[in-house]
Write a protein that binds this ligand. Structure first.
Ligand code: ADP
Length: 404
């Protein structure tokens, strides 16, 4: 089944075209990115498998025009990979926020669209863009079924005491303020693949997944079901991230707002886009730049890297306590998959769990690898994530069932 996977941001469209033979066997036909939608000059990067990359700069007024550009590129006689639009059998979308409406992926219909619309309140940067993307596909490919996969869905199994905040209860009933989590497709994929990889029965296991990238979250999973996760009502909560502050004393927010005379939107922007690695180091939001600066002796870069490790160590410790033990800890995403020094620093602090870290195996990047010695009480592994594959799988299953 040929499936187009779409990840729409407020000014971008990322896409992958996959030919799914079954859950595990597929061909990547093409992937690419439309950027700077709505700006005076936009760009399209299209990477067809086995053919030359295409890069075009042109104004892209809105998501519909962006989507049309992608589809035209897919059937272009030179750079395309399909004969016609009719070859696309389904489209799957990544949706950041599904709140407590969705505990799994869904076929798009008007009811689903309405609920994604209600969730715009909780993800104002992302959900409106997702809606634009779905509507654009409806206009350009009206007869193709569409599926939505939610970053929040996997976390819906959390118990009430883990997802409730100790605020007046009416803020939950009136405004649905609670922990929803994020990166759910990644945590689910990594827990399933990781359990198989290290020889654990997922249905009978205690796993901690560490998705550490530009955005980062850690999740506790018992018998395949999430019991807690570090991101909260929005993806701002939890550990330090590239540009997000993670946990801070909530009283800091009104304090800084008064001191600096800031509006709520300005403060939100500072906590989401100007904090984290970038804000604390004053150098960069990218861990590679901080590694380089730390190697040169930069104190604030060292502080950021120390805090990154410390936050993860604390989250792991709290989830071991919450689960009363742990069988496996998996590292994934940009930093988790590629930064050996980060993984070593975290695992050096896990000796209390009986972790025996395999330092030699750790000299690896972007490849599923066991990082613990055979006599380690807890299995540690690098497990690569693939959110697009989860979306394509879910899309294939739901559309196949629809046909039956
Ligand atoms: P996003 O959350 O935007 O998907 P990623 O998961 O790609 O982000 O993570 C970005 C982070 O991962 C950056 O801090 C970057 O330094 C790090 N990273 C990504 N690729 C590599 C690499 N090949 N080597 C070292 N670090 C990497």
């Amino acid at each position: 089944m040929i499936i187009l996977v779409i990840n729409c941001g407020s000014s971008s469209i990322k896409y992958q075209l996959l030919d799914m033979k079954n859950d595990d066997v597929y061909d990547l036909l093409a992937k690419g990115l439309v950027e700077k939608i709505g700006l005076p000059m936009g760009a399209l990067t299209h990477r067809p498998t086995g053919k030359d990359k295409v890069y075009k700069e042109l104004p892209i007024a809105d998501h519909k025009i962006g989507m049309q550009l992608v589809l035209d590129e897919l059937i272009n006689p030179v750079s395309g990979v399909l004969k016609s639009f009719d070859d696309i059998e389904a489209v799957g979308h990544r949706i950041v926020q599904g709140a407590d409406y969705f505990s799994g992926s869904a076929i798009v219909d008007e009811d689903v669209m309405e609920k994604i619309g209600i969730c715009c309140d909780f993800a104002p940067l992302h959900n409106p863009a997702h809606i634009l993307g779905i509507r654009a596909v409806q206009q350009v490919l009206p007869s193709v079924p569409q599926v939505v996969t939610f970053d929040t869905a996997y976390h819906q199994t959390m118990p009430e005491y883990a997802y409730m905040y100790a605020l007046p209860y009416e803020y939950y009933t009136k405004y649905r303020v609670r922990r929803y989590g994020a990166h759910g497709t990644s945590h689910q994929f990594v827990a399933q693949k990781g359990a198989k990889f290290v020889g654990l029965d997922l249905e009978n296991s205690k796993i901690i997944t560490c998705h550490i990238g530009n955005g980062s979250s850690v999740t506790a999973i018992v018998n395949g079901k999430v019991v807690d996760t570090s991101m909260g009502f929005t993806p701002l909560e939890g550990m330090i991230m590239g540009t997000r502050c993670g946990n801070i004393d909530p009283n800091i927010v009104p304090y800084i707002m008064k001191k600096e005379n800031l509006t709520p939107d300005q403060m939100t922007d500072i906590m989401n886009k100007k904090s984290g690695f970038a804000g604390l180091s004053g150098i960069s939001s990218d861990a590679r730049d901080l590694d380089a600066a730390a190697n040169e002796g930069d104190k604030r870069a060292k502080l950021v890297l120390k805090k990154l490790t410390y936050d993860v160590i604390k989250l792991i410790g709290s989830y071991v306590a919450a689960m009363d033990g742990v069988d496996a800890i998996f590292f994934t995403a940009g930093i988790g998959e590629n930064n050996a020094r980060f993984r070593r620093r975290v695992c050096e602090n896990l000796t209390y769990l009986g972790v025996k870290f395999d330092y030699e195996a750790n000299a690896v990047s972007g490849k599923d690898t066991l990082l613990s010695c055979p006599d380690s009480k807890v299995k540690i592994a690098l497990i690569t994530t693939d959110e697009e594959l989860v979306i394509a799988r879910d899309t294939m299953h739901l559309v196949q069932n629809m046909d039956e």
